[in-house]
Design a protein around this ligand. Structure first.
Ligand SMILES: Cc1cc2nc3c(=O)[nH]c(=O)nc-3n(C[C@H](O)[C@H](O)[C@H](O)COP(=O)(O)OP(=O)(O)OC[C@H]3O[C@@H](n4cnc5c(N)ncnc54)[C@H](O)[C@@H]3O)c2cc1C
Ligand code: FES
Length: 229
């Protein structure tokens, strides 16, 4: 397992991908970790970092796909080449990669960890769902993807005879869990520290309160999750 490290890394580029933003930073000595793991990323001048899945790990770089929805992600999306971001990771548990017939499933900004996952698994088929055609521009990052737009749902077209690895909004993950017996699902909860110290990310797993940043964010289907707040 990769050892997390904290480094200040230079921004290489900031590119729009539909309404999302792809931020590439120099990798330095940071380990990319396993797909589905995350990094705490802090924009210049911000107090609190935000959890971000690793989107791409080309040689010498790490790339994050952001949905600029609030102050943290907007500040990251406004970074310019040459700015330095504080980056801490890789953190948490990623996807288990010993799957025979992978199918990647993503919804909205939940596609963020799938490009790296697709690279590592040899570009398996994927099903991606988006709210609008503009959001669906992010599908360019995931090879072999079938794209659906609202009101069609990923679960309307998803084959159920595959090993599903999914990331997306909670209702989408719950619907996938009902359909795919062995799905691995990457969940979200608000995270302040990312390494188990603040208890800000506590969720109920198998009837016990657990920290999603330590036990997850990727959980196996049989782990019963419900949000405590
Ligand atoms: C493991 C993990 C990986 C993530 N990877 C990515 C990624 O690759 N790209 C990306 O854009 N985002 C990702 N996120 C989500 C992102 O970190 C949060 O949405 C973050 O809070 C945004 O910060 P902000 O300051 O921009 O907005 P905030 O001010 O924190 O939030 C803006 C709005 O979003 C809502 N919100 C915030 N956090 C959550 C949450 N966790 N679940 C549901 N609603 C929430 C708030 O209620 C508020 O309405 C990830 C989250 C986790 C836990
Ligand atoms: S984010 Fe602090 S304990 Fe999980």
């Amino acid at each position: 397992m990769s050892r997390p490290a904290r480094e200040r890394r230079r921004v290489v580029s900031v590119e729009p991908v539909g309404p999302y933003v792809l931020v590439r930073v120099e990798r330095g000595s940071l380990d990319p970790g396993a797909p589905g793991q995350f990094f705490m990323v802090e924009a210049p001048g911000r107090v609190l970092p935000r959890p971000m899945s690793l989107c791409l790990a080309p040689p010498g770089e790490l790339a994050f796909l952001l949905d600029p929805i609030g102050p943290g992600t907007r500040a990251l999306a406004a970074a310019e080449p040459g700015d330095r971001l504080h980056i801490f990771g890789p953190l948490g548990n990623g996807f288990r990669l010993d799957v025979a017939r992978p199918l990647l499933v993503g919804g909205g900004i939940g596609v963020a960890p799938l490009p790296y996952l697709s690279d590592v698994l040899g570009q398996p088929p994927a099903v991606l769902g988006f709210r609008t055609a503009e959001h669906a521009e992010a599908a360019v990052l995931v090879p072999n993807a079938e794209v659906v737009l609202d009101p069609v749902l990923v679960t309307d077209v998803m084959p159920t005879d595959r090993d599903v690895l999914a990331c997306g909004p909670e209702p989408m993950l719950s619907a996938i869990r009902a359909l795919a017996p062995s799905a691995q699902l990457a969940w979200e909860a608000p995270m302040a520290c990312g390494y188990g110290a603040c208890y800000g990310c506590v969720v109920e797993i198998d009837g016990e309160l657990k920290r999603l940043c330590v036990e997850g964010p990727v959980l196996e289907q049989e782990e019963e999750l419900s949000f405590s707040s």
